[in-house]
Every structure is written in structure tokens, then in C-alpha cells.
Design a protein around this ligand. Structure first.
Ligand code: GLN
Length: 290
């Protein structure tokens, strides 16, 4: 069962930001929910002081001087908590680098995956980063930057299991609620899914994998990198990832619909980080070729 979704992203907004202060502090965590204080306060343009016709428009953030990122820090290596409970991971570091470029302090708001998407839709966070797949449904509710990664969803089973890519629909499948894995798998067979009766949505990917270990489901559909991390973490249970790709997708940063100034600033910063190698440096810290 494979669906290949290739959403052409809106043409990159090429508004590039002039040299920015880069004075953002280290990420601070705000566990438990999005902060919505000071909605609508203007954080200002980072356009530089010289008179320049291309000075970018001022952008607005939820809280002046801060960039609130809503996430679900249970998706290694994109976002997870370190031993001290601080959010780390590729998304967190990319957001920090974007905040630095925009002269903002990054605040990470850690919550459930669905809540992270809702927070940005409702204007309670400035950006959502959580290995978020660009999908048609989501494009109707939020805007996305250019893609920054390809997400590959895979199937985890117990070693020796008779589950295959082709007979998944005969089994019980665990997923994380609200993710594209859940949405596609629970869709009707006409639409390439297996039907709601065959899919259970769990609070987190880790809980879905625990259900597999406990024999409550026969397989888990989840993005490849967290899958590898969960298989390693449950080595004693003898889990394995099926050969092949269940679905291939694009990850991007979500913003509230219509916030074109902040979109231009974030997308511009993201593209600068890609161009100057910073982005790849962050990825290489977390993903090592083996
Ligand atoms: N990429 C998947 C999605 O967007 C899963 C993301 C996640 O679980 N953090 O639905």
C-alpha cells in the first residue's frame, strides 16, 4: 500500500532578510501549552538600517521579540526531550537558527501533536514544527514553508510476524493519532486505506509501539526515523521494520493562514540556512549514516 504524495509547494517567497542580529538566546521550554499572551504585538522588521527599497515588511509574532514554536517532543530525532527535560532535535535547532536570524528568542511550546497543529492555526504559536507532513487537508487549514525534509513512513512488526506490506489490511494497525499515518490508514479501502476498524490511534508513537510489543496491534505505521529509534529502544522485544516504503511525504514548517510577512521571514531564513550549510550541519548532528 503506497501513496505517493507530491505537493508542489507554493513558489518560494524570495524575500531575503538583510543581515540580522542573530541575538536569539537558547531555546526556552514552555511545557504544557501554547502561550497566547500579547497576541498581535509587533516584533518588527529586521530589514537593516540602510535605506533599501527591498526592506522586508514588518512581521508580527505572538509575543514581541519571541518566536513561539509549538511541537510534540516525542518524535526523535526531529524533536525529543533531553535528560534534563529540554527540547532538542533537528526541528528545535532549525527553529533556533531561524529565530537567531530574525533576532527573536525561541520559545518551544511542547504539547500533543494535534494541539501543536491547532496552536499554529489559532495564532497561539508562530510556527509549528513536528516533522509535519504537508497534506492537502492541512493546506486548507494552515500555510507551509518550503519543504525541508522528506518523510518516509514505514511499518514496524514483531520479528517473525506474517504481516507484509500487502496484507496489512487483514491486521490491526497502531498509529499516532492525528498523524498522516493514522489519517491514511484509517481511510476507506477505496481511498487506499484499511478502514477505521483496522486502525487504532494512540496518544504518541511510543505508546503505539508499546501496543505492538504487548500484542494489542500487529503493526505500527510511523515515520522512518522515529521508527528506527523505537525499534532500538525496544530491542528486547524483537521488533523489525518491513522492507519498503508505505508512503513518502514532505515535511515543512506550518504557519497560521495568511501571515504572509512572517511566512516570508521564516521561509527566507530557512532558505538561507539551507544555502549556507547550517541546515545540513544540524541534520548531520542527529542523523549519522550507518
Ligand atoms: N509526519 C507525520 C505527520 O505529519 C507524523 C508527525 C509526528 O508524529 N510528529 O502526520
Amino acid at each position: 500500500m503506497k501513496k505517493i504524495l507530491a505537493f508542489a509547494m507554493a513558489a518560494a517567497m524570495t524575500l531575503s532578510l538583510a543581515a540580522c542580529g542573530g541575538n536569539g538566546g537558547s531555546a526556552s521550554s514552555n511545557k504544557g501549552g501554547a502561550s497566547a499572551s500579547n497576541p498581535g504585538s509587533v516584533s518588527g522588521s529586521q530589514g537593516g538600517s540602510s535605506a533599501d527599497a527591498s526592506t522586508p515588511a514588518a512581521f508580527t509574532t505572538v509575543e514581541a521579540g519571541k518566536l513561539h514554536m509549538s511541537t510534540n517532543a516525542e518524535f526523535p530525532p526531529y524533536e525529543m526531550l533531553d535528560d534534563a527535560g529540554n527540547p532538542i532535535g533537528i526541528d528545535v535547532e532549525v527553529a533556533q537558527a531561524i529565530a537567531n536570524k530574525l533576532g527573536l528568542e525561541l520559545v518551544v511550546d511542547d504539547m500533543g501533536f494535534d494541539a501543536a497543529l491547532l496552536a499554529v492555526q489559532n495564532g497561539q504559536s508562530d510556527i509549528a514544527m513536528a516533522g509535519i507532513t504537508v497534506s492537502e487537508d492541512r493546506l486548507a487549514k494552515m500555510d507551509f514553508t518550503d519543504s525541508y525534509a522528506t518523510g518516509v513512513q514505514v511499518v514496524i512488526v514483531k520479528e517473525g510476524s506474517d504481516v507484509t506490506m500487502d496484507n496489512l489490511g487483514d491486521h490491526m494497525i497502531g498509529t499516532q493519532m492525528g498523524t498522516t499515518g493514522y489519517i491514511y490508514a484509517s481511510d476507506t479501502p477505496d481511498n487506499g486505506g484499511y478502514g477505521e476498524d483496522h486502525v487504532i490511534g494512540y496518544e504518541t508513537g511510543a505508546v503505539a509501539v508499546q501496543a505492538l510489543v504487548n500484542g494489542q496491534v500487529d503493526a505500527v505505521i510511523i515515520d522512518n526515523l522515529p521508527a528506527q529509534s523505537y525499534v532500538e529502544a525496544n530491542a528486547a522485544a524483537g521488533l523489525t521494520i518491513l522492507e519498503g516504503t508505505w508512503v513518502e511525504e514532505d515535511y515543512a514548517i506550518a504557519l497560521q493562514k495568511g501571515n504572509t510577512e512572517l511566512m516570508a521571514a521564516v521561509n527566507g531564513a530557512l532558505n538561507e540556512l539551507k544555502a549556507d550549510g547550517t541546515f545540513q550541519g544540524i541534520v548531520d548532528k542527529y542523523i549519522t549514516a550507518d
